[in-house]
Design a binder for this molecule. Sequence first.
Ligand code: ADP
Length: 524
Amino acid sequence: MKAIIGIDIGTTSTKTLAYGTDGRIFSEIEKEYPLYSSIPSEKEQNPEEVYSAVIETIRDTVKVLQEQGVEAAGAGFSSAMHNIMAVDENGKPLTRLITWADQRSVKETEALKEGNGHDIFLRTGTPIHPMSPLTKLMWYRKNEPALFKQAAKWISIKEFVFYRLFGTYAVDYSIASATGLFHLENLDWDGEALRTAGITKEQLSVPTKTNSIFTGLKEELQQELGLSGETPFVIGASDGVLANVGSGALAPGVVACSIGTSGAVRTVVDKPYVDPKQRIFCYALSEGRWVIGGPINNGGIALRWARDKLFPDLKKLAEQEGKNPYDVLNEIIDSVAPASDGLIFLPYLIGERAPFWNSDTKGMFFGLTLHHGREHMLRSVMEGVMMQMYSVVIALMEAGVEPVQFRAGGGFARSQTWKQMMADMFETEIVIPESHQGSCYGAAWMAMDALGMVDSLDSIEQTISIDEKQYPVNENVTAYRDIKPIFLRMARDLQDEFKAISDVQRSHAEGKRRLSADNEEEIL
Ligand code: ADP
């Protein structure tokens, strides 16, 4: 029997699973590592720690397979997007790995938005945002000029790992397409983006197809991993696009929606699409397949905030009674009717990405009256998160996507109330596929496809059973239709005020009370 190892290099851990061609899981190993944040805006990883986790989990997986008498026939890789690090000419790290969550380049992002950022976006498909490696390079150029000059290469974590394994710098089209530096149509680095970043093509890896096969693992690693030099390693793609593969959301109109701590809406299209309004991203998946969609920052984290702030004793009391705190939370939410008696929550507690890509957005309850209690507020938080997901769906529909099915996953799927809300707001059937660790499974399946072990990328769908379906309820649909347009208008119209209140919050946090330059009479 044969298995393919899927490796997903994530922000908090590396997950390594071994799958059969029927989707069965032979082994599942995870190794965590720290995310360093010496100042709040910085979110870094130690590339050596990540590399060690990759090596250890592959080694242990191979052992588990050997014990079961299963052959490790190859490996496929998924990794987080938007991370970047500098190495010297010997491949030695000069920086830590700057992750997608790092916010150091806020100022460079603002400057780029006011300059040639939109033009660059229209060719690269990566929204102009501090997550983008393009803006991180701009930050290094300005703030660390000596290091910037010294850097022989700027690479992502997967490139670092592949360099260690095979001694060459290669980047798959998918990871490259999320750097803000890659021309989607030409499948090559974008000249103007490179000039804006201040680097040359030679300082980046060679872009390669996501199904490219690497062999010739370094000898010392063959020993350590228990694999031969012939074992094929398929470079794979990014975790985002592979999550679509791993949940079977590949056919036209099938939209993957996940809500965990954050959330995302994604669908596959057959050619690059860039949104003229820059609301959604476009990243490469495989030959003739691209993923468009948008991530939201405020997913389950917003609900958790509401639980802890509005019902501070709920968790403790529930646990004393032997109940799951979220079950109690869902009961409270169910006690309020859909649309929360006209209370709306804008869930922007930690800034927001899609569709407005504004780090300054803030949360807001709108429509409060004496009638409303904290149970209404709680329900409106859950509804606000779902309306935010819906706003990304709308941007996808404007891009020409006609949703035929939503495939949902993530922690939110443990809540019946929340899943029903998705069906009611999206006004269509929601399907909950069985979870196989989406991105990891997608990476393994992409490798199986590249190695000719399965019919196609699409045939993964036949191995994923549907756990559950959720259907819209007419009465709820109507209630939500009344509040959705108000939510969308407010989210759009408040963008400038979010900036204003953020400035106040920042200056007050620094102990400054500044005099407003606004003429209040003119405002009224
Ligand atoms: P992560 O994205 O960090 O992997 P998960 O996918 O496990 O996280 O999702 C965690 C989130 O899911 C929590 O923040 C919470 O909002 C939500 N969640 C988990 N269980 C429930 C539940 N039973 N009811 C409502 N929400 C839940």
